[in-house]
Design a protein around this ligand. Structure first.
Ligand code: SAH
Length: 210
């Protein structure tokens, strides 16, 4: 496939998402802008614009586009907001969020060093100014001031660790899959002065958080 064919497939994917999901046009525009095929391994590239997860090596997967759309929408961020991602994977989701918040505003941490390295390099090559570190989401970016929002692309079993929630300013949001594989829920937390407000957004399937 050439670039024009990929772009056509991407448009078709976004049209399908628009019919099926109740998400903002801004979110859909971000999905339409990011070349997902560049983030998936060569042998899966012909399926890059099918709405399904794909393997990216190291036993990890890139989420299905509808899941990226739903999570990005729930994050409810705008240009200039600073966002913390736990689980860079191949970098696709970070690129989608970067389309909305703009250069220099996405900070992402990835547990597998090889994935962190390749995502950092690919994002740079595609022109996304995203800060990628290898490490554990619980302790990453200790010197950054509070973020406007955070999301996890891996599922902590016992709820979002306090160390991550504590990195988000009052009024900010945390979107995450939580629970054991087989019974995970997608949740959105809103950080309040004296705790968090928790919304449930249905059953999901993500890799476990290390
Ligand atoms: N957003 C990614 C999907 C990544 S899959 C994309 O668009 O490709 C989830 C990722 O979370 C995996 O790469 C996994 O290695 C990473 N992960 C698991 N536990 C982690 C932890 N404690 N800290 C940081 N990353 C973690």
């Amino acid at each position: 496939m050439d670039d024009a064919e990929y772009a056509a497939a991407r448009r078709e994917l976004v049209d399908g998402l628009r019919r099926r999901l109740d998400v903002d046009e801004r979110t859909l525009a971000a999905i339409e802008s990011v070349p997902r095929h560049a983030f998936v391994p060569e042998r899966h590239r012909s399926h890059a614009y099918a709405d399904r997860p794909l393997p990216i090596g190291h036993d990890q997967t890139i989420s299905a586009p509808h899941m990226v759309a739903v999570m990005t929408d729930l994050l409810d961020v705008e240009a200039g907001d600073r966002v913390f991602e736990v689980g860079t994977g191949c970098g696709y989701h970070a690129a989608v969020v970067a389309e909305i918040v703009g250069p220099g505003n996405v900070y992402s941490v990835e547990y597998v060093p090889e994935l962190a390295d390749s995502a950092r390099e690919l994002l740079r090559r595609l022109g996304y100014d995203v800060t990628v570190r290898a490490g554990d989401g619980r302790t990453a970016f200790p010197d950054e001031p509070p973020f406007d929002a955070a999301y996890l692309t891996c599922a902590p079993v016992g709820g979002v660790p306090d160390q991550i929630v504590d990195r988000v300013r009052t009024g900010g949001r945390v979107v995450a899959p939580v629970g054991q594989v087989g019974s995970q829920r997608l949740v959105r937390l809103t950080v309040e002065e004296d705790g968090v407000d928790r919304e449930d957004h249905g059953g999901v399937r993500f890799v476990p958080m290390q």
